[in-house]
Design a binder for this molecule. Structure first.
Ligand code: PMV
Length: 348
């Protein structure tokens, strides 16, 4: 179909990995599979305006606005993304674009916006593709959206679908692929469908290590092969855990994954410590609280100092009371974000 001009808006969430992706091969292929909870409140909203150029062209034409203002320093990242996906979206150079993006969470919160931001742009582009080729199926649409998002930022591939999402090929997960993420295909206990994630903002500064550099550190890392094998095993262990609702086993696996991610960074060359003293204070408080009250609350970490506190919805009031009484003092300006497992991206 001929499409002259139009405008589409998609809202896409962030996600938090339970089994972590750390290390990649050429072309954004993950060195190991990962699984994440899709979040709900931490989202990017992206509007794509497009108009057909009078005569095609051999350059990408686009402007990028963040929270209403032109943002030049983000343009090279988008350009690189367009270059990577051009092969799969040959219509891109026929249009000039205006991209408007905003996040529901504070931008200097140390919360990575690449997963929500890149998946939202990928969905907008797929929306244009659907207008050009109305016959494409819903399944093709979401798989290709995840595929394109992956080329923007690996973890962004896991932000299209809802609840529990797997990215990376694994023999035990039917339909899993290195090229795109899929919804976890097996039974999930009610407990995990409504899990809570309260994100404690320990350090809102710029990331000390970009994830690109971080993934690169796994090349030639002395423990890399064992780590990749362990991620496969941990993902497989998740299948019965998610089915049975066994929160104790879930906690052991998720906390170990978080600490292993940081272990990899501490033992790479060069080495980094991305936790802050307050990260450790929080972890110790969580352990003491869990021991004393027998409440299944645990932590996980990204490649930074902030702490994600994960717990069942049924424990919400007790855990929030604990966070307010004992953990807020370790957060920068007392800030934290309340989130939960969500249903995935949507069109506005
Ligand atoms: O998507 P990237 O390249 O920003 O990598 C993200 C890696 C971690 O957040 C540390 C782990 C993960 O699986 O999301």
């Amino acid at each position: 179909k001929n499409v002259e001009l139009g405008e589409v808006t998609w809202q896409s969430p962030s996600n938090i990995a339970l089994v972590k992706y750390w290390g990649k091969k050429e072309n954004q292929i993950p060195a190991n599979p990962s699984i994440s909870f899709t979040l709900d409140n931490c989202r990017s909203t992206t509007k794509l305006r497009f108009s057909k150029k009078i005569k095609g062209g051999d350059n990408f034409e686009f402007d990028f606005y963040f929270e209403g203002k032109p943002k030049e320093d983000f343009k090279p990242k988008i350009k690189k993304f367009f270059q990577r996906i051009e092969k799969y979206c040959p219509y891109l150079k026929n249009y000039s674009f205006e991209i408007h993006s905003e996040n529901s969470f504070p931008h200097s919160s140390g919360i990575a916006s690449s997963a929500s931001g890149m998946s939202a742009i990928a969905l907008c582009i797929m929306d244009l593709e659907k207008q050009l080729f109305p016959e494409i199926s819903e399944e093709y649409f979401s798989k290709k959206a995840s595929f394109l998002a992956r080329l923007g930022s690996g973890s962004a591939s896991r932000s299209i679908d809802g609840r529990l999402v797997v990215w990376g090929e694994n023999d035990s997960i039917e339909g899993s692929s290195d090229e795109y993420a899929v919804e976890f295909p097996y039974e999930v206990h009610e407990t995990f469908k409504t899990y809570k994630d309260t994100i404690l903002l320990v350090d809102k500064g710029e990331k000390q290590v970009s994830s690109t550099v971080g993934h690169g550190l796994m090349h030639g890392h002395p423990f890399a092969e064992n780590r990749f094998a362990q991620a496969h095993e941990n993902l497989e262990s998740m299948i019965p855990i998610l089915k049975s609702g066994d929160t104790s086993a879930f906690i052991r696996l998720v906390e170990s994954e978080a600490l292993t991610l940081h272990t990899m960074m501490m033992s790479s060359n060069p080495y980094f410590i991305l936790m802050k003293p307050n990260t450790l204070e929080i972890i110790n408080k969580i352990w003491a609280f869990r021991e004393k009250n027998d409440i299944p609350v645990c932590f996980t970490l990204d490649a930074g100092a902030n702490v994600h506190v994960l717990y069942p919805e049924s424990q919400e009031s007790k855990v929030l009371e604990f966070i307010n009484n004992e953990l807020v003092v370790y957060c920068q300006n007392g800030q934290y974000i309340c989130d939960q497992v969500g249903g995935g991206a949507k069109k506005l």
